[in-house]
Write a protein that binds this ligand. Structure first.
Ligand SMILES: C[S@@+](CC[C@H](N)C(=O)[O-])C[C@H]1O[C@@H](n2cnc3c(N)ncnc32)[C@H](O)[C@@H]1O
Length: 272
């Protein structure tokens, strides 16, 4: 089922493969949604942050003609290989190995020169940084992204978020349980669109668009049914997502531009 046309990603139909190679709700539809919102165009310099196995990085190269640098500091939780090894495996399979470079590093310490990229894309990654390391490191990641974008460059941020509503009482115990994502679990990882947009604005970005994705709940539902870790443990995340049923969980995005003529603002610590 699609909520509106996804002509590029709808060519890739095997959800078992997509969710085995991606990690998080939305798979290739999410990437197409973000790419179109960002206005990605062939020949531009794109950085993809938090690529996992790089499947989504490959669709950006294949379907949008992008040359992409993909960053990921970690190793695959299934086979222990660096994620960038999987990126290169997928790039060969997609026939885009000449358009992709993978680097085993992460934000906020990218070491790129200022103004290197036309576009920076990151989905389902920075919320984990917030959950595990806190809001200040999250903010440092955004400051770094701002620094390495050229003036006028576009940042597309997609994150699991929650609706602007209290956690339903029956879900509070599970959403506030740590489980490797900080003491408060998903409750601490996820914010609302307005809160995330405020941090982007605070570090200097000009907001072009910020909202919940229209297909958010479809993506979560699809993830819960097809992600291999959900399938292996139906009483874990999959059960929580089903129990939520779209009452609190959503998927939000921010499309932001680095202004042409404004310096980075490093003064405010406020989140909202
Ligand atoms: C849940 S996966 C998201 C994959 C994909 N972008 C998506 O939307 O499904 C998050 C990835 O972010 C990576 N990651 C964690 N900390 C990071 C950091 N500080 N900088 C860049 N990537 C990071 C993890 O290793 C993991 O591969």
């Amino acid at each position: 089922m699609t909520y509106f046309p996804f002509p590029k990603s709808s060519k890739y139909t095997d959800l078992n493969i997509i969710y085995a190679e991606c990690s998080g709700p939305g798979g290739l539809q999410l990437t197409e949604f973000m790419a179109d919102k960002m206005g990605l165009c062939a020949g531009a310099r794109l950085l993809d942050i938090g690529i996992e196995r790089g499947y989504q990085t490959c669709i950006l190269a294949k379907e949008y003609g992008m040359h992409v640098i993909g960053l990921d500091p970690d190793d695959d939780r299934s086979d222990g290989l660096p994620h960038i090894e999987h990126l290169y495996r997928n790039a060969r399979a997609w026939g885009v190995e000449n358009q992709i470079i993978g680097l085993k590093l992460g934000v906020p310490e990218t070491h790129f020169a200022a103004h290197t990229f036309d576009f920076v894309h990151s989905t389902t990654t920075l919320e984990m940084v917030r959950g595990i390391f806190g809001a200040e490191l999250y903010r440092q990641c955004l400051i770094e992204i701002y620094r390495i974008l050229r003036p006028g460059g576009i940042f597309g941020l997609g994150e699991p978020m929650h609706l602007d509503a209290p956690i339903p009482a029956d879900l509070a115990p599970v959403y506030t349980k740590g489980g490797g994502v900080g003491p408060e679990g998903w409750a601490e990882c996820f914010t609302t669109v307005a809160e995330t947009a405020a941090v982007c604005r605070d570090v200097g970005f000009e907001l072009l668009e910020a909202d919940n994705a229209p297909a958010a709940w479809h993506w979560w539902d699809e993830f819960s049914r097809n992600d291999p870790h959900c399938k292996a443990d139906p009483e874990g995340e999959a059960k929580i997502i089903r129990q939520d049923g779209g009452r609190w969980l959503t998927y939000g995005y921010v499309i932001a531009r680095k202004p042409q003529d404004k310096p980075v603002q490093l003064t405010s610590q406020k989140l909202s």
